[in-house]
Ligand binder design. Structure first.
Ligand code: ADP
Ligand code: MG
Length: 247
């Protein structure tokens, strides 16, 4: 990806935060079942979708309390007069293409969805799925991988069966240097640090992107107030001013 190879990134930060280094090492070793966990807005989903992917696309499943097994492997759909066809879900599509299944916010999925996801991400060689319409028995195509993400801070909050199936779990607590590249220059380092001093006041990557956009239209004061309110907005502007003095 162009964003990741920009030379300017080295000026921003030549040392990759450890979680990101771990993820790169794990992918390079060919490990194809990974969980990324940690606070929101650090680029976990982006990385799961794009890092290490070349020719084939990723299939994304966003978990909520409301999704069902139909959202994983598919469901019967009416396709005309008294005709029904099985519309394949993201897990089956990723099996067919040998691409990556990205399961976002896995902690929010209900038990039966998790069970099906475990079956669909079982070790290559033992995973099988029978197509309800054609009877075809599928296996994951070579190259199939699965990355799950969660904003949980502690891994032991995840079902143990899932932990067992995904032995490599990486804590991501800071944005990837590549992710700040689209921000205005003065915001890049503060965004990488992710926090205004203490954990309670962490500002996510998404908030930095929004701030940048609002600031361009309405100026910094108004942008900070709109995003964070009076107290935190003031603290945010102070922290930016200090950061720019240091730079
Ligand atoms: N490497 C990157 N390059 C460009 N944009 C990125 C990168 N990583 C994250 N982003 C952007 O930052 C925002 C937050 O990333 P996201 O992956 O959704 O975080 P998380 O899943 O940790 O909550 C998104 O708008 C995303 O597109
Ligand atoms: Mg996410």
């Amino acid at each position: 990806m162009a964003l990741m190879t920009s030379p300017d990134l080295h000026e921003i930060d030549s040392t990759l935060p450890s979680g990101w280094r771990d993820f790169a090492d794990v992918l390079a070793a060919g490990v194809d079942r990974v969980i990324l966990y940690g606070p929101p807005g650090t680029g976990k989903t982006f990385a799961a979708l794009h890092f290490g992917m070349r020719s084939v696309d990723s299939e994304r499943l966003i978990c909520t309390e409301d999704i069902t097994t139909a959202d994983v492997t598919g469901t019967w759909m009416p396709t005309g007069e008294s005709r029904w066809e099985w519309l394949e879900g993201p897990a089956v599509r990723a099996w067919r293409s040998g691409g990556r299944l990205v399961v976002d916010e896995i902690d929010r999925a209900a038990g039966d969805v998790v069970s099906l996801l475990l079956a669909m991400t079982d070790t290559d060689g033992s995973a099988r799925w029978r197509h309800p319409q054609s009877g075809e028995v599928l296996e994951p195509a070579p190259g199939f991988s699965a990355v799950m993400t969660t904003n949980l801070e502690r891994l032991d909050e995840l079902p143990s069966a899932l932990r067992d199936r995904f032995p490599v779990a990486i804590h991501i607590d800071r944005p990837h240097p590549a992710s700040v590249w689209r921000l205005s220059e003065d915001l890049r380092r503060p965004a990488l640090n992710g926090t205004l001093g203490d954990a309670d006041r962490r500002v996510s990557l998404r908030a930095f992107f929004a701030f940048d956009q609002l600031r361009a239209a309405h100026g910094p004061e108004r942008a900070a107030m709109l995003l964070f309110g009076e107290t935190k907005g003031r603290a945010f502007l102070d922290a930016l001013a200090i950061a720019s003095l240091r730079a």
